[in-house]
Write a protein that binds this ligand. Structure first.
Ligand SMILES: Cc1cc2nc3c(=O)[nH]c(=O)nc-3n(C[C@H](O)[C@H](O)[C@H](O)COP(=O)(O)O)c2cc1C
Length: 478
């Protein structure tokens, strides 16, 4: 089912026993984080805080913090969505890698769910042109944070060149009642839009939507190629067009069903220290200069609920959003690298630091070819470590994957150390934004890669397995 709004999803969670309401007074200052962290670590329920100190708005956290809830949010499993994309990819794929890459946006368009502009919207029930961000219960998450951060924002911008819209999730530090930071990393589409305005010396309008239906919230985190609008993708995921509305003070459209919308602009020259922030790596990202967002208007539902996520030492809620990405984008990756069978980005790798892939290997150094292909693909360019396995390895089973990696690898032959861009949050490299990468070929080695014969893996014969299965109860083992 396609949820219309965050509140419709919250009601659904409550009806299905997936929501815990906390009526005791709580503070946005660290206390909500500590509660949420404990519950997330046990894959517990979504948390609705209805009595938030100094705020008339409730706060919801851990909304998507389990596989069960992320499936509820989409009304289908990630694999079902992947299947829908795979079906599209099988329709009429052109020949040649370049043509295939150009075809990917068309696949999404095939879904025919472009956003629909509406004139009246719940997110504009209350309009305040004398904005005061302190009315929103924004969390201070960790003791070393440089302030309060909006952690689940959908930042909407427009390209100066062709008006294409982008919606990306970039954390927002609240500086005072009408200014914030804008933490879009150098590799991201929102930041690319901003660069266009910086080049032209023009002020850039933008809007920050908070809350929306689950597919829309997720879409702002999805690593879509530039030019594919997240609004369209959200419609594809929901199987239903997303309703959008024009902002009151800027020429930007936002999801009509958002809980809050913060409208404003960025001055092309202005920068301000942003951070530190306890990040999803489990470490603080340091202070750095980022653009400044000036708020012109805040609109919201009259009964708005403020959604926040708490990131920190994994696993946290964002792991489940990242798993959606891993599943949904696998068929698209397979268009370009069809020998890939499966991929696992474990929670501990915080998405960009580790990808374990299985491949149908058919020639010497095939694993190395796959590593380079992945490093050349969209946000996969930031992946620090890629480990390649044979197709018969279940890469979702970390014990098996570790066994193969520890036993199949001759470091001198099977490790590649190369250089390239790294996620802006990486703290391990001696340089910001780039550094070294590791590729590990954990496949069994074939002729051309080793002069020795490769040993068979130990496996019990089928007839014995069947015999023991049949007699299992007779052995009396409990
Ligand atoms: C909870 C959460 C917070 C995020 N915070 C940031 C951030 O502060 N800056 C950033 O560049 N990316 C951040 N990301 C990742 C981006 O949302 C993601 O890379 C997305 O694809 C960016 O959209 P874009 O490709 O349209 O730029 C965050 C993701 C999640 C799930």
């Amino acid at each position: 089912m396609a949820f219309r709004s965050l509140q419709e999803f919250i009601n659904y969670l409550e009806r299905h026993g997936e929501l815990h309401k906390i009526t005791t007074e709580v503070s946005t200052d660290l206390e909500i984080t500590e509660i949420t962290n404990r519950v997330t670590k046990t894959h517990g329920k979504a948390l609705l805080f209805t009595n938030v100190k100094d705020s008339r708005f409730p706060v919801i956290t851990n909304t998507f913090g389990s596989f069960k809830r992320i499936m509820m949010a989409f009304g289908q499993s990630p694999d079902e969505i992947a299947q829908r994309i795979e079906t599209l990819t099988k329709m009429q794929l052109p020949d040649g890698i370049a043509n295939k890459i150009r075809f990917i946006p068309k696949l999404i368009e095939l879904a025919k769910t472009p956003p629909r502009v509406v004139q009246r919207a719940p997110c504009q029930e209350v309009v305040s042109t004398e904005p005061d961000l302190s009315t929103i219960p924004v969390l201070k998450c960790w003791p070393g944070d440089g302030g309060r951060f909006i952690t689940l924002p959908m930042v909407i911008t427009k390209s100066l060149k062709d008006g294409t819209r982008n919606m990306g999730m970039y954390r927002i530090q609240v500086y005072d009642k009408n200014t914030t930071g804008m933490h879009w990393h150098i590799h991201k589409d929102g930041r690319n839009h901003f660069s266009e305005y910086v080049k032209a010396g023009k002020r850039m309008e933008a809007a920050i939507a908070i809350g929306g239906d689950p597919a829309t919230i997720y879409s702002s985190t999805a690593p879509l190629p530039p030019g594919i609008e997240e609004f369209l993708f959200a419609g594809f995921l929901r199987n239903k067009a997303l309703e959008i509305v024009r902002c009151k003070t800027v020429d930007i459209e936002v999801p009509a069903e958002a809980e809050f919308v913060i409208e404003g602009y960025l001055d092309p020259q202005e920068r301000r220290a942003e951070g530190p922030f306890g990040d999803h790596t489990g470490f603080y990202s340091p202070i750095d200069d980022y653009p400044v967002f000036h708020v012109t208007c805040i609109t919201h539902r009259s009964d708005a609920v403020y959604p926040a996520t708490v990131v920190g030492p994994p696993p946290m809620e964002d792991y489940y959003l990242a798993k959606m990405t891993e599943r949904i984008f696998l068929p698209l990756i397979k268009i370009i690298v069809p020998e890939i069978v499966d991929m696992n980005m474990p929670a501990e790798g915080v998405f960009h630091n580790c990808a374990i892939v299985s491949i149908k290997k058919s020639y010497p150094m095939h694993a190395q070819k796959v590593m380079h292909a992945l490093w050349g693909m969209g946000q996969m360019m930031n992946t620090k470590m890629i480990i390649v396995m044979d197709e018969d390895v279940d890469v979702q089973d970390m014990s098996t994957a570790a066994w193969k990696a520890f036993n199949n690898v001759d470091p001198q032959r099977d490790l590649i150390i190369t250089s390239g861009p790294l996620d802006a949050l990486d703290h391990s490299s001696p340089y910001a934004l780039h550094g070294s990468k590791l590729g590990i070929d954990a496949t069994r080695k074939i002729e051309g890669e080793t002069e020795r014969s490769w040993p068979d893996e130990i496996k019990m014969s089928e007839d014995i397995i069947n015999r023991v299965n049949a007699k299992w109860n007779d052995y009396g083992i409990t």
